[in-house]
Write a protein that binds this ligand. Structure first.
Ligand code: ADP
Ligand code: XUL
Length: 549
């Protein structure tokens, strides 16, 4: 027992767009003792998802399956149970989930969650508790009309963003709820509780209704950043009767419950505490150790996201970025690009390449791409807002495979740099995370575009690690022995010096020039400026005269 109390384990789960990951940490020894990941498409093919998304009925609609997420959780807890670890030491569990997605439960859910049958898989028992079989996720951009309605009901974009941290965004939960209410009013009225993906999964673990934390709550256009609670004008302006359908908002360190009898009996797991879950970006903030202001992380996951901690909520006047709550009780600024790994993969597949071939093409092409620009809006884009997808080439021939590889990566990183200026951070160090941060060639372009050193981490999944660290922090907080955030992240979420990519000054100068071209191309593609092709051609000719940039 002494052993169990003194050397606890903490489990962090990350239910992302494409996969579910689990990380268990030994807090005393500051090491990861278990890590496992399952990809939804492969582990649960019966749901028919592609990269975690159900077959699309329209390019702007993106839905996933909450029953699939439940089945994935069941499978993953089975893997944890079979890990060979001394699981009575498991003291607490927390989690991270893709943000904005919503799950709709009927009136029977609350009682049923407390009395699930441990002899049966989870998914089949959850399906009858849903008032909507599918969940809209963050990739959905089909709610422009609802965004306009909510903006007008709440007194305009400036007021909405001052209160909730963001103007109305199509993927945010409030506009999605309004679309459901308008399109399926009966199913909306049969909904007793609307959860985020994070609070839904926490509810499954705790066997009761779990709260939403301010970090994930601020991705809804419904929560007041200043009070950390629902903002009535937005709640009332979104859908009738919504207030009673929303979970409580509670700090990220609060306890959602105890691991329910279902898990204890089905997988022989202990009565660990379930700490409130959060969104993947707030969890990654912790998992990259960004518990102080002044540094940024870039996550190259399905989406590309740049984020950093903020002491005060400085809302973006340009309307592209967001301010969310942070698990520390502070705030975080972030800007999200939908065409992240999605676009890199599309270019890779367009030319039938593997990742090593993609990296080789980056190595083989000159930084600056001889002035050529490729805007990779394969999907409707969030930043800048692009509702009709389409790619744009400036000076780039359609069949030029290496030119496209460099083009997509450079355009993405220049967009990350340009559209995050509102955060007001002098970036000299970047912490890179997410699936594509394994790619050193991409990170070298990042270092050169930003003129900053880029560090990678030993643990690649910063969201799952952040969730495990939050489990530890929350459990200690509840025990009356809180641990300062600097101590929580120390030894875990630390960049590895040997894995640093240095920025190369001369190449950064190339990108300072090229960012002006990129901005002009973007303006032209959005219908806000003249065609910069002559400028691109002149640059190409000049750079060829000089033998490349
Ligand atoms: P999410 O958390 O959003 O589900 P991940 O952070 O796990 O996504 O990232 C998954 C993505 O990482 C894949 O879709 C893939 O495109 C990308 N990826 C994996 N390995 C590489 C690589 N070597 N180079 C570039 N991208 C990669
Ligand atoms: C954040 C966002 C994505 C999702 C999925 O606003 O839309 O980063 O959280 O990862």
């Amino acid at each position: 027992m002494f052993h169990a109390l003194n050397m606890p384990y903490y489990l962090g789960l990350d239910s992302s767009t494409q996969s579910l990951t689990a990380i268990i940490i030994d807090a005393d020894e500051r090491r990861v003792v278990f890590e496992s990941s399952l990809a939804f498409d492969e582990a649960l093919p019966q749901y028919g998802t592609d990269h975690g998304v159900l077959p699309r009925s329209a390019p702007d609609v993106a839905l996933s399956s909450p029953v699939m997420w439940a089945d994935a959780l069941d499978q993953m807890m089975g893997r944890v149970a079979a890990s060979g670890l001394d699981l009575p030491r498991l003291a607490a569990i927390s989690g991270s989930a893709q943000q904005h997605g919503s799950v709709y439960l009927n009136a029977s859910a609350s009682a049923a969650l407390a009395s699930l049958d441990p002899a049966q898989p989870l998914g089949g028992q959850i399906a009858p508790l849903l008032s909507r079989a599918v969940s809209p996720i963050w990739m959905d951009s089909s709610t422009a009309e609802e965004c306009a309605e909510i903006t007008s009901a709440t007194g305009g974009a400036e007021r909405l963003s001052r209160h909730t941290g963001s103007r109305a965004f199509e993927r945010f939960t409030g506009p999605q709820i309004r679309k459901f209410y308008k399109g399926e009013p009966e199913a909306y009225h049969a909904t007793a509780r609307i959860h985020l993906v994070s609070s839904f999964l926490a509810s499954l673990l705790a066997g009761r209704d779990a709260p939403v934390d301010p970090g994930d709550g601020s991705g809804m256009n419904l929560m007041d950043l200043a009070t950390g609670d629902w903002w009535s004008p937005a709640v009332e302006g979104t859908a009738p009767g919504l207030a009673s359908k929303l979970p409580a908002v509670r700090p990220a360190f609060s306890i959602a419950g105890t691991l329910s009898p279902y898990w204890q009996q089905r997988h022989r797991l202990p009565a660990a505490q379930v700490i409130t879950w959060s969104g993947d970006n707030p969890c990654s903030l912790i998992g990259t150790g960004l518990v102080r202001e002044g540094r940024v992380a870039i996550s190259l996951g399905t989406s590309d996201v740049i984020f950093g901690l903020m002491r005060e909520p400085r809302v973006d006047a340009t309307g592209t970025g967001h301010v969310f709550g942070a698990p520390t009780g502070d705030f975080m600024g972030l800007t999200v690009f939908k065409n992240g790994s999605i676009a890199r993969e599309r270019v890779r597949d367009m030319f039938g390449m593997s990742w090593p071939e993609f990296s080789h093409a980056l190595d083989a092409t000159p930084p600056g791409n001889i002035g050529r620009i490729f805007l990779p809006w394969f999907e409707p884009e969030i930043t800048p807002p692009v509702s009709t997808p389409g790619v744009h080439r400036y000076g780039l021939a359609e069949g030029d495979a290496p030119g496209h590889v460099r083009g997509v990566v450079e355009a993405q990183l220049m967009a990350l740099a340009r559209h995050s200026r509102w955060m007001g951070v002098e970036v000299d160090t970047i912490y890179a995370t997410g699936g594509a941060s394994a790619n050193v060639q991409i990170l070298q372009v990042m270092a050169d575009v930003f003129g900053a050193d880029v560090y990678r981490f030993e643990v690649g999944n910063s969201a799952a690690l952040g969730a495990a660290l939050r489990a530890w922090h929350g459990e200690r907080h509840a025990a009356g022995a809180p641990i300062p955030w600097d101590d929580v992240v120390s030894g875990f979420a630390e960049p590895v010096g040997a894995r640093r990519l240095r920025s190369r000054g001369a190449l950064h100068d190339v990108y300072i020039d090229l960012m002006r071209v990129h901005a002009a191309c973007e303006a032209h593609a959005l219908g806000n400026g003249p065609d910069p092709t002559p400028w691109v051609q002149e640059l190409a000719a000049r750079s060829q005269e000089l033998g490349g940039w």
